[in-house]
Design a protein around this ligand. Structure first.
Ligand SMILES: [Zn+2]
Ligand SMILES: [Zn+2]
Length: 177
């Protein structure tokens, strides 16, 4: 039986929180955890009264959701601030990440993540597509567009930058002031 460490509770929407598999398919709203398909079928039913739990597909959740409440979204922030914050959490290792909105231009978002202690930045732009917002990263520009920031970040997690695979692990914790 998978034991849940306190690390897992600092939820990342990018790995199954029961087995660390990268392919997250659903979320149990009652357990408040993200699940891969095998765990949904094999592990989750072992949780007490789990038959009453509400499980939703992540696609549905992310379609309907704004990014403001995402554990990785830090709001408007300067580049230097993001770098300081990332380096402060260097002990969390490679792939520690956050997404911020640029302080210079609203509607411009930046994914920041650590590679060997160095902060890297990838820009994600918001555009208006017939009254609906869409997002695209500067890696492929408007060739690859997404309905929300969540999908854009998930896609970036499968890409490479200057030959280095982007591997996002845990979000930088939000500082509670
Ligand atoms: Zn799993
Ligand atoms: Zn559950």
């Amino acid at each position: 039986m998978a034991a849940q460490s306190s690390d897992n509770v600092a939820q990342s929407a990018f790995v199954c929180q029961l087995c660390d598999l990268k392919k997250v398919e659903s979320k149990c709203e009652d357990c408040d955890i993200f699940l891969c398909s095998p765990c949904k079928v094999k592990i989750h039913p072992r949780i007490k009264s789990s038959e009453k739990h509400r499980i939703r597909s992540v696609k549905d959740i992310w379609k309907s959701q704004y990014h403001d409440n995402e554990p990785w979204y830090h709001g408007k922030m300067k580049r230097e601030e993001a770098e300081t914050l990332l380096q402060k959490h260097n002990n969390m290792g490679n792939g520690t990440f956050l997404v911020r909105e640029s302080d210079l231009k609203s509607g411009r978002f930046v994914l920041g993540f650590l590679v060997d202690g160095e902060p890297k930045h990838i820009q994600i732009n918001k555009m208006d597509d017939l009254g609906k917002f869409k997002y695209y990263s500067t890696i492929t520009g408007r060739e690859t567009i997404f309905d929300n920031l969540n999908e854009a970040v998930r896609w970036l997690n499968t890409q490479t930058i200057h030959g280095i695979p982007i591997k996002l692990t845990k979000p930088v914790p939000k500082e509670i002031s």
